[in-house]
Design a protein around this ligand. Structure first.
Ligand code: ZN
Ligand code: ZN
Ligand code: FE
Length: 765
């Protein structure tokens, strides 16, 4: 007896070869009907023997295409209608546009094999791709995802490519960027003046790089600066030209084996590295690695990734490892247009390896740190964006503007939320322009008109001003920075109800007009209570003290032990004039803010230990050096700390820790031991505060967030101790603990308040 069912599937099912897979499975089980893309999913209408339908559905669930994920599958019986065969229907042209745009995917195994097969017609073709791999997000002008709406529109397919493209049994069926030597994009090489160079562009590129030149190479979501990673001299030149003296450069490798030669590669890290996302993974460097030391002068780690496009594979096959770092000037957005890349010629790069497939949207490489316990995403961008995340509840359409540093914004709709790629530091004009462009672009491609706009409480954030100037009838919701951090981690884990939120962070604006950043919040999505925080210190000169950690160290010593002790400890490390000015600023409160920031505590310790004299050259540098220097064995002890009850909350005083650090320095104890003890102290202090809070609230769930939790050593110590005391611990795995994650938290909070309001419960502050 014939049965007919309609199957509605939601999840990541578009642009990942889902329909051809359905087609193949249906044919295999002798079923007729059709499959079609639909808003947010795929619809299958299929008929045949009941047992065959069952087998078909279970095969689809068990073995969906590699890059697909099925979130929801609804099956409904229909009256049979005698379909004559099985067909793939084109995407519906009218109806509402698809909310689903797939991320860019790294070169797949099948394409890699063809790419290296001298008998294949795409042997060494730098733009080979198929339904399972290749560019997506970075080439789509407009959804739905079809070739005429991509930057491949101007390449018309040759006969062979077209027959692959139209054959449902072919791996390249409906692969929008499908191309070959005959019909697709091609490489071009330009010299430092922008003049075309003759000869095979790839061959010449390899020669130039081998000769110690710095190249600009067009990638997937932008251009990279590229040079030999084993040549100290050229790496130094790149640092000087890019004005980036210390921050680590990412290194691209040809193969996993090669990564393994230079880095310690765990099973977990390898899985990330070889995934379709192909992020930069920060790995411990092996002692015998021949990598130039100035690739990552501050750490014993290497940010490694694999050649993720065929163009990279071609290059790296000849020459590996290579530095591949975003082509831009510090803090500006990654270059994506030829004119932008051209502007970097002669000043930064010596030549340009270009091609003629336009990049529609910018997308930096994603970055993560992997340990057996944790997956710390430091930048969520290429390969992950614009994959939707799920909110634990349904809300209105929300635009969440994020923060000013490491900016991402988010667009939420019902229970789905899409985070933007990494945008960067909004105080830089070019970056701010990229922010406003990308917001406009997201509203257009995802067809959403926000009803609510969420943004930070900080009155001077550029993102705050943007939100206030562009409100246009939207309801504005202001969200405290650390509440947003905690809510982002809650949302990621689908937590509802209340939690103990620990936000260890740089700085964020508090409703009391001081700068917060070492916060213990009893929080749910709608609201929070600040139940404990670090004892505040003065931040003399505000941003100036963030730039120069010695100023912070001096401030801590003056506050805890008086001027005399501070002068004695500092000796000649700050000039007399500087210390005098600082003392006066602190004493009189001149241009000095009070801060409970945990990040500034790490700065102060790092400076005290002599790990950073002078200005930092990137955000978090002092803390990175402190974490690096800390001994990894468990022999280190910890310092004392004090919990002081003040009014309605608890203050965590680290005065005893700082006096211990000073004493141990005078005793000549090794820096690494002191650094380890400081990590232990903070982990114990955080745990003790959480245990006290549990006594007063009903929850045993602790949520960890804030930029300080990029410190893997601290994170693990905190997790272990909290678990030992019977608390349940949640750390970020999907979005960054740094400010790249707060747009998610802002959106969750705005949606929750909107929901509460619309249900008539007026408990808002
Ligand atoms: Zn492929
Ligand atoms: Zn072709
Ligand atoms: Fe923050």
């Amino acid at each position: 007896m014939t049965r007919r069912v309609k199957v509605e599937i939601e999840g990541t099912v578009q642009g990942v070869g889902f329909r051809p897979t359905v087609y193949r499975y249906a044919r295999r089980h002798s079923l007729n009907g059709l499959v079609q893309n639909h808003t947010g999913g795929v619809v299958i209408d299929v008929e045949g023997a009941d047992a065959s339908i069952q087998a078909f559905l279970s095969e689809l669930e068990r073995q969906p295409p590699a890059q697909a994920s099925i979130e929801n599958m609804r099956v409904k019986d229909l009256v049979p209608c005698n379909y004559a065969g099985f067909e793939i229907e084109p995407s519906a042209e009218d109806g509402p546009k698809q909310l689903s745009i797939p991320p860019d995917l790294a070169l797949c195994g099948d394409c890699r094999a063809e790419f290296f097969d001298s008998d294949n017609r795409r042997y060494r073709y730098p733009f080979i791709n198929c339904t399972n791999c290749g560019p997506r997000y970075s080439i789509i002008y407009d959804p739905p995802y079809d070739r005429p709406r991509t930057s491949m529109a101007n390449f018309s397919m040759c006969g062979t490519c077209r027959s692959e493209y139209t054959d449902p049994m072919d791996r390249r069926f409906d692969a929008q960027p499908n191309a070959c030597f005959e019909c697709g994009p091609a490489l071009a090489l330009l010299d430092s003046e922008g003049n075309a160079l003759d000869g095979d562009p790839m061959k010449r590129t390899v020669e130039l790089l081998r000769g110690g030149k710095i190249g600009i190479v067009k990638g997937l979501g932008g251009y990279h600066l590229c040079c030999l990673a084993t040549d100290e001299e050229v790496v130094g030149r790149l640092r000087a030209r890019k004005k980036r003296p210390h921050k680590a450069f990412a290194v691209m490798f040809a193969t996993v084996d090669e990564v393994n030669e230079h880095c310690v590669l765990s099973e977990h890290a390898e899985a990330e590295l070889t995934s379709a996302t192909a992020p930069i993974v920060i790995l411990p460097r092996r002692a015998h690695s021949t990598m130039a030391d100035n690739v990552s002068p501050d750490t014993a780690d290497i940010g490694a990734f694999l050649s993720y496009t065929p163009l990279h594979a071609l290059l790296l096959q000849e020459l590996s490892p290579l530095i591949m770092t975003s082509a831009n000037l510090t803090d500006e957005p990654i270059a994506k247009e030829r004119v932008e890349a051209g502007a970097l010629l002669s000043s930064v790069g010596d030549f340009l390896l270009d091609h003629d497939r336009p990049i529609v949207r910018r997308c930096d490489d994603s970055v993560m740190r992997i340990s057996p316990k944790n997956r710390i995403v430091m930048r969520r961008s290429r390969g992950l964006v614009p994959q939707a995340l799920k909110l634990p509840f349904s809300g209105p359409v929300v635009l969440a503007c994020g923060g000013d540093l490491k900016n991402t914004f988010a667009l939420a709709h019902a229970d789905r939320i899409i985070l933007s790629p990494y945008i960067g530091d909004l105080s830089e004009y070019q970056t701010y322009a990229a922010f406003t462009d990308t917001v406009r672009d997201f509203k257009r491609i995802f067809q959403q008109q926000p009803e609510v706009i969420a943004y930070d409480l900080h009155p001077d954030y550029v993102s705050t001003r943007y939100a206030e100037e562009n409100q246009n009838g939207m309801t504005g919701v202001r969200v405290q920075h650390h509440h947003a951090h905690i809510a982002s981690c809650m949302a990621e884990h689908g937590l509802t109800g209340d939690v103990i939120g620990v936000a260890l962070d740089g700085t964020g604006y508090g409703p009391d007009h001081t700068l917060w950043g070492g916060e213990f919040l009893h929080a749910d999505y709608r609201d929070f209570e600040r139940v404990a925080h670090l004892s505040p210190y003065p931040l003399p000169g505000g941003e100036a003290a963030v730039q120069n950690p010695l100023r912070m160290a001096f401030s801590v010593l003056v506050t805890d032990f008086g001027e005399e002790a501070a002068y004695r400890m500092f000796g000649s490390r700050l000039s007399k004039q500087e210390t005098d000015t600082l003392s006066r600023m602190i004493a009189q409160g001149l241009n000095t803010f009070s801060t409970s920031s945990a990040g500034r505590i790490f700065d102060a310790v790092s400076a005290l230990l002599g790990l950073c004299d002078g200005e930092v050259t990137y955000e978090g540098q002092a803390a990175v050096r402190l974490e690096q220097s800390a001994w990894r064995d468990d022999t280190a002890d910890s310092y004392r700390f004090e919990l002081v009850r003040a009014h309605d909350r608890v203050l965590l005083s680290l005065k005893d820790m700082f006096s211990g650090v000073c004493r141990d320095m005078e005793r000549g104890l090794e820096c690494g031991r002191i650094a380890a003890m400081v990590h232990n102290t903070l982990a114990e202090a955080v745990t003790e505060v959480c245990v006290q809070i549990r006594g007063r609230s009903d929850t045993d769930r602790v949520v960890l967030s804030g930029g300080v939790f990029q410190n893997a050593l601290l994170l693990e110590k905190v997790q272990t101790r909290l678990q030992e005391r019977g608390l349940r611990v949640y750390a970020h795995r999907v979005v960054p603990p740094n400010d790249g994650g707060i747009s998610l938290g802002q959106a969750a909070i705005a949606a929750a308040r909107w929901y509460a309001d619309s249900n008539g419960r007026k408990e808002e502050r």
